[in-house]
Design a binder for this molecule. Structure first.
Ligand code: NAP
Ligand code: MG
Length: 477
């Protein structure tokens, strides 16, 4: 049974409650984790607040950065152990888990190196005045993350908050607490003062809601569904604190007839299959110019049919989905598509010998999808790709922008002018041109437009989000 990490110490839930940790590739419980609630959130917020006036708050930016880089190194030193833990907890292939742990380390290295590069400004003002703009921590920052990339999400949101000197309280998803607990332990061993990073494990409606609604937090970073994002923003509004919301997506791959198909096809398949489609930035819509539709979609179907699903140890293209709710969600969308007689162009295969209790989904590519079908508009969050034909540039843009989401997009064409025109017209936080980077690139500012959320994470811009400014006006005569 794993306890929570609060104020530098391990702590069980006051009422002794815990929740199961389940292996998605067998459906079997293999551990228990403490089920924290409002009481433990109170303790964690108090510890984070106390860190602001303790050793953490007194530390200069260079020292903070050095500790973050040591955490990055500790993650690399324990990469095998962490990757195995993450793979067991999420069911993802070992290669994916290893990459996730490498990205986790990169976040600590990147923000550790950046910590003392955040400088103020001097502003010309009235004669006899010296005005200085300085950056300061927000105070206590609350972080609520989902289960799809637990380690990467932790790095993405926690590392910049620590780099700016905040006291952090993290609530991992109930299904995936293990890597967060281990990283918190490694962080303290690397020199992070107690209370700077606190991990409260528990359910969203208990620990998550208590954290989002806590009167003594200064900021909320939320990654997850639109439904819960709305609740979090309401909670933030009540205490007048800023929040960033990284929500869902329905990202288009926009493919013109002059595409370099050899390059595009494997990347397009990977962008939906990666992590069994449970990626907010999954390329879940394939938009192909009608003049090349049969040819390109045919090639994607050929590659798609080779996709293999299996356990972490089998290390195939993807693993199971996360939990029974996710399994029935994906199956529901696939059944709706079949009920509408949408054409199945290709299906992947589940490897022989996987446990029958695992949450297995067969990847599927649907063709000729009507633009108003649910699988054209709603986020499936599974290995389901929907293909559409478009006529010309204007039609491609209308189709690409035709969902409530605006997270990522990709444009594929050998025509440079068209590449840039379409990239400019598409509503998304990131647009990839003749490439696709679902989840990658810690240096690249990332976030949503439209209903995909607001605020930016990753890159140096996250340091602005996770800090505030103070304007110092000095009259010296
Ligand atoms: P979710 O149900 O919204 O959960 C996200 C987190 O919020 C979990 O830690 C969850 O705890 C917690 N939570 C649940 N109810 C809460 C409440 N009432 N108050 C406060 N916190 C609460 O989302 P999910 O199903 O885990 O993840 C899937 C969604 O996340 C998809 O829509 C996906 O696109 C989105 N996503 C977005 C990004 C991005 O960067 N834009 C990245 C990854 C995922 P429990 O685990 O206990 O429910
Ligand atoms: Mg949940």
């Amino acid at each position: 049974m794993k306890q929570m990490f609060i104020g530098g110490r391990w702590l069980g839930a006051r009422d002794g409650r815990s929740m199961p940790v389940v292996d998605p590739s067998t459906g079997q419980e293999f551990d228990q984790v403490a089920r924290g609630g409002a009481h433990e959130v109170d303790l964690a917020v108090a510890a984070a607040r106390a860190s602001q006036s303790g050793a953490w708050g007194r530390m200069n930016a260079t020292e903070r950065g050095r500790i973050l880089m040591k955490i990055g190194q500790a993650v690399l030193d324990h990469a095998d152990e962490l990757a195995k833990l993450e793979a067991k907890d999420t069911g993802k292939p070992m290669a994916t888990a290893k990459n996730d742990i490498n990205v986790l380390a990169r976040y600590f290295e990147f923000y550790g190196a950046a910590a003392d590069k955040v400088h103020g400004e001097s502003i010309p003002f009235l004669n006899g005045h010296q005005v200085t703009l300085v950056r300061e921590p927000l105070g206590v920052t609350a972080h609520i993350i989902p289960w799809n990339y637990p380690a990467q999400m932790l790095g993405r949101t926690v590392a910049p908050a620590l780099a700016m000197g905040n006291g952090v309280v993290l609530k991992p998803a109930e299904d995936t607490s293990l890597s967060a607990l281990r990283v918190a332990e490694l962080a303290v061993a690397a020199g992070l003062p107690e209370g700077a990073l606190n991990v409260v494990t528990g359910l969203g409606e208990e620990a998550g809601a208590a954290l989002a609604g806590h009167p003594d937090i200064d900021f909320i970073s939320f990654t997850g569904s639109n439904e819960v994002g709305a609740l979090v923003q309401q909670a933030a509004a009540k205490s007048a604190v800023k929040c960033t919301l990284e929500l869902g997506g329905k990202s288009p791959q926009i493919v013109f007839d002059d595409v370099d198909a050899d390059r595009a096809v494997p990347i397009i398949v990977r962008a939906i299959i990666q992590n069994a489609g449970q990626t907010c930035t999954a390329g879940s819509r394939l938009l192909v110019q009608r003049s090349a539709y049969e040819r390109i979609v045919g090639r994607v179907a050929e590659a798609f049919a080779k996709v293999r699903v299996g356990t972490p140890e089998m290390d195939l293209d993807c693993g199971p989905v996360m939990n029974p709710a996710q399994l029935s969600r994906v199956n529901r969308y696939v059944e709706k598509a079949r009920a509408s007689n949408l054409k199945v162009l290709a299906e992947g295969r589940i490897a022989d010998g996987v446990a029958s209790g695992g949450y297995w989904v067969k990847p599927v590519l649907f063709g000729g999808v009507p633009r108003d079908h649910v699988i054209a508009c709603e986020e499936v969050f599974g290995p389901v790709l929907a293909a559409f034909a478009f006529e010309d540039e204007a039609d491609a843009i209308a189709l690409a922008n035709g969902t409530p989401y605006g997270l990522l997009a990709a444009v594929w064409t050998e025509n440079a002018g068209r590449l840039h025109r379409v990239a400019k017209a598409v509503k998304a936080g990131q647009v990839f041109m003749n490439c696709y980077g679902a989840g990658g690139g810690v240096e690249l500012p990332f976030g949503g437009t439209k209903r995909s959320g607001h605020g930016r994470e990753k890159g140096l811009i996250a340091l602005d989000e996770m800090s505030t400014t103070k304007t110092l006006v000095h009259f010296h005569g």
